[in-house]
Design a protein around this ligand. Sequence first.
Ligand SMILES: [Zn+2]
Length: 443
Amino acid sequence: MPEISGPGQKKLLESKGIVVAGSAEDILPLVFYLAASGIGQLYVILKKKEDFSDLKSSLQDLNPDFKIEFFNDIPNLPNQEKIDFAVFADEYEESGHYKGVPKVLTLIRPWDGYIRTIMSTERTKVAFSQKKDGPSDNSPGLVFSRFFAGTLSAIEAIKICLNLGKVLENPLYYNLLDMEFKFGKDSEVVEDIAIQDPLKDKDLSALKVLIVGSGGLGSPAALSLALAGVKNIGLVDGDTVEISNLNRQILHSTSRIGMPKVESAETFLKKINSGIDIVKYHMRFSKDNALEIIKDYDIIVDGVDNLPTRYLLNDACVLAGKPLAEAAVLRFEGIAMTILPGKSPCYRCVFPKMPQAAAAPSCAEAGVLGPVPGVMGTLEAAEALKIFGGCGKLLSGRLLIFDSLEFNFMTPVLSKNEKCPACGENPSIKDLSGNYDFVCENT
Ligand SMILES: [Zn+2]
């Protein structure tokens, strides 16, 4: 099975969960992150009868030890079987079957939704909006909402299994169009007013997105963009798939170990969306190729895993005037910001100097909670489409800070630094000839 960073590996392997949802679409990427994280067994109850053989084989290719069974109704589980958690993805019905089981409840609408965890054994009344019938709506807003709620639910499930951090006993209401996050009270009900998706009928065929890095951040960013209907994606990554990647890099799998990551990613994305066009750059993103690669793209997404490349990418995007959706993850925390060169603060405005190697641990040294990059990569992809659509309130001039243990989202305001070496009044960085030494190893 994939190597799980940090403590609790064995405990997760012994954990069992239930996922209840309408259709297979509703449980992507939740089940991928549960499989990647090393949860031992999952019972998935779906209302819609579908063929799950492809999904099951993809999940078991990600983690061969993962046991998953699909049902169309609540199965008769052996009485003595202990279920550690249940995730309800946009479906909730009170049932004695789940008595005493900690529950993660989500409501998923285009761009916004609700998530809450109930640890107590008491039954609960939750007001949910009417489920729509008919063909499922696959607007970009719904895809991002599903990814966001799914990755957060996976974090909640892992925290419940490991008794780690604080769960969401007060419901979180999120709005990804405006990037607003509010915590409500127990008794509050969800208003039944859905956001109209401004991107619903938008033609995405002309949009070209470049994702630098096909790992922990690049995986959810590429997958959500592909599902949202983006047709042209460029992927830059010089690495090959390793077993240690598979606890968080859901584009890859055990059968593709040793394959260049960009090729493994293409294989997976084409399976999801055969009409997608992937341009692969199997090379390290460097000062020698940075400007040449980004010039063909409208929007750039940062999926890099080390600081020198992050500074290089920032400088290249500022020089070329390309919008950049930026995110980074360390252990249980993530940050994100959107950089509109010339208009909003860049990465160097906020973090002017690259820290020394010793102060900047790589992902491999520090370990990450698998679904945390899932959350952050989803947010980057959502920002990329909002830039394209000219809608919502971007994370430009704001820094989103996500703490997965305390379950907190903060979005402090950022200002441009007039003395910024990249985008200030007298920038000292006029090309990429400076020092971007690789001080820490890729993971
Ligand atoms: Zn700047």
